[in-house]
Design a protein around this ligand. Sequence first.
Ligand SMILES: Nc1nc2c(ncn2[C@@H]2O[C@H](COP(=O)(O)OP(=O)(O)OP(=O)(O)O)[C@@H](O)[C@H]2O)c(=O)[nH]1
Ligand SMILES: [Mg+2]
Length: 239
Amino acid sequence: MSILWQARFFTTVNHLRDLPDTQVPEVAFAGRSNAGKSTAINILCNQKKLAFASKTPGRTQHINYFSIGGAHVGQHRKDETKVDEIRSMMVDLPGYGYAEVSGSAKLHWQELLGDYVRRRAQLAALILIMDARRPFTALDTQMLEWFATTGKPVHCLLTKADKLNRNESANALRVTRTILGSYVDSAGTPFPYTAQLFSSLKRIGLEEADQKIMELSGLTAIASPAETPDQANLAPSQE
Ligand SMILES: Nc1nc2c(ncn2[C@@H]2O[C@H](COP(=O)(O)OP(=O)(O)OP(=O)(O)O)[C@@H](O)[C@H]2O)c(=O)[nH]1
Ligand SMILES: [Mg+2]
């Protein structure tokens, strides 16, 4: 059982000014419309209808927040989730590239998304959801470009991997990792960008994704020796 299974709906936001004033880390799911963001959130949280998933592209039209922690009873009991017990947020973003959205609405979403990923201080990492059959569409690249300015980590889920055979999957992952590896900062240091295969349908890569999201949300204490208090005291100063 994962702590992500405790996720519950927190709020839905249509304008940046309405973003919650919570201070916990946020991990946001971004990607093309219909790539499988909402389905992935549901599977990872082991809940059928937490996020709205649909065959109709453009289903998620607002920024939806799901809180992790602070839910000690079943989601069906009507208790008040205490905000100070919340440990992190999973954020379902509206998909981009949905052709039938009108010009002005499209602009609104693009600005909302672009501003959110670039400016939201609480945003700890991006989960970039791409269809394993066609990763890195122009808008995915745009999203990465926006986010690269923050230097924060990105983890790519190559979704619908059930539609590919073993060879094709391996290829998709290799190509993705190569492209991600080409993102370097001005000193030539690669950005913390990772990728994996994923399928909500066949439950491929569930555990890996769960671990990664926990890590990026600060929910797993990574016991690195340098972080234990005793050793930290012994560490040479950085000056
Ligand atoms: N075969 C397969 N289908 C999937 C998978 N994940 C999602 N789907 C299907 O893809 C469609 C879109 O899924 P959603 O999760 O609603 O996609 P979304 O990215 O949230 O879309 P928007 O809300 O429009 O941005 C649905 O019909 C899902 O059942 C998967 O891993 N494999
Ligand atoms: Mg959705």
